[in-house]
Design a protein around this ligand. Structure first.
Ligand code: HEC
Ligand code: HEC
Ligand code: HEC
Ligand code: HEC
Length: 204
């Protein structure tokens, strides 16, 4: 039966690819997630344009990656406080303001480039402008803070707190979230099963 070996081999290869491809393809992709706004009828069927542009990016927020979305003008967010907090929590940094430009509800989701949108964030994804009931962002997290807290990892070596990360040494929304991948749900940087993401920084 000389014809049998080949189709079987092909089938094996196809199954192997079939299993391998989706895993590789879902690793880092916006397509099909809640951040894929391309099918909403909001003036573009592109993926990146709602947040980035190769030209004429805004300079309203420094350190923003070629930002194309309308930038929040909120000057003073409510900030987290507690009796046991050691960090000096300030206003969210520019990296957090990128998220808040859709999630604080003050700028329409479909305001980007030269377009002024009309669709605002609602429901559970609306974080709002009072961040006093949210995990603190907008502060320096360094070895000194880790020592003062006593239950935090020293982030001097970035790998220590992976998959979480800091932005110019600071905690921001994207320390825990990755706007580009919903691989772990809720656009988290890593799985939070067993609170794994929390334990990336906290030793509890
Ligand atoms: C819903 C908003 C949103 C969309 C859509 C989006 N991004 Fe981003 N992007 C961000 C935010 C916020 C940051 C800054 C935070 C960070 O670096 O994780 C960023 C950072 C980046 C960076 C710099 C940091 C890095 O990860 O290398 C690149 C490059 C980038 N995006 C490329 C893209 C491309 C390409 C697309 C489309 C395929 C895209 N983004 C779509 C929000 C978005
Ligand atoms: C261009 C607007 C825009 C930007 C910028 C943006 N988001 Fe979103 N985000 C959305 C929309 C739209 C949804 C879906 C809301 C809904 O389901 O009602 C969403 C949903 C989410 C969700 C909920 C996901 C789920 O599965 O329920 C999280 C978490 C989130 N975003 C985090 C972030 C973070 C963190 C940033 C910055 C790194 C960010 N987003 C930047 C528009 C944006
Ligand atoms: C310390 C880590 C951490 C930081 C910092 C953080 N988040 Fe989250 N966020 C989470 C986790 C974990 C969840 C998922 C919670 C759950 O599933 O119950 C979440 C959920 C969300 C959701 C979805 C809420 C829902 O009900 O669907 C949004 C939107 C969101 N975050 C936006 C933000 C924004 C905007 C910032 C910055 C202002 C931010 N996050 C900062 C860890 C964080
Ligand atoms: C990227 C690192 C990082 C991640 C990930 C992280 N945290 Fe934090 N968290 C911090 C830092 C830094 C502080 C400030 C601690 C201080 O001031 O002593 C903090 C503060 C807190 C506080 C307030 C402590 C107080 O004394 O008021 C709580 C509670 C907390 N985190 C819980 C969580 C939970 C739950 C998660 C997972 C959903 C999480 N954190 C994920 C870094 C992180």
């Amino acid at each position: 039966m000389p014809t049998r070996g080949k189709p079987m081999q092909k089938l094996f290869v196809a199954v192997a690819l079939g299993l391998a491809l989706p895993a590789a393809a879902t690793a880092q992709t916006i397509s099909g997630t809640n951040h894929d706004l391309s099918a909403r009828g909001w003036g573009s069927t592109e993926l990146c344009v709602f947040c980035h542009t190769p030209h004429n990016a805004t300079t309203a927020v420094t350190a923003a990656p070629l930002w194309n979305h309308g930038v929040t003008a909120v000057a003073s967010y409510g900030t987290y406080a507690s009796a046991t907090l050691n960090a000096t929590v300030g206003q969210p940094g520019d990296i957090s303001k990128l998220c808040l430009s859709c999630h604080d509800g003050t700028v329409a989701i479909d305001t980007y480039g030269t377009r002024t949108g009309t669709n605002f964030m609602t429901g559970g994804a609306l974080v709002g402008t009072n961040l006093s009931n949210d995990h603190p962002v907008g502060f320096t997290y360094d070895a000194t803070l880790a020592t003062a807290d006593g239950g935090l990892k020293d982030p001097t070596t970035p790998a220590t707190i992976a998959p979480a990360r800091l932005f110019a040494g600071k905690m921001e929304c994207a320390s825990c979230h990755n706007a580009h991948s919903d691989q772990y749900g809720k656009f988290l940087r890593g799985s939070n099963a067993g609170s794994g993401l929390c334990l990336a920084c906290h030793s509890k």
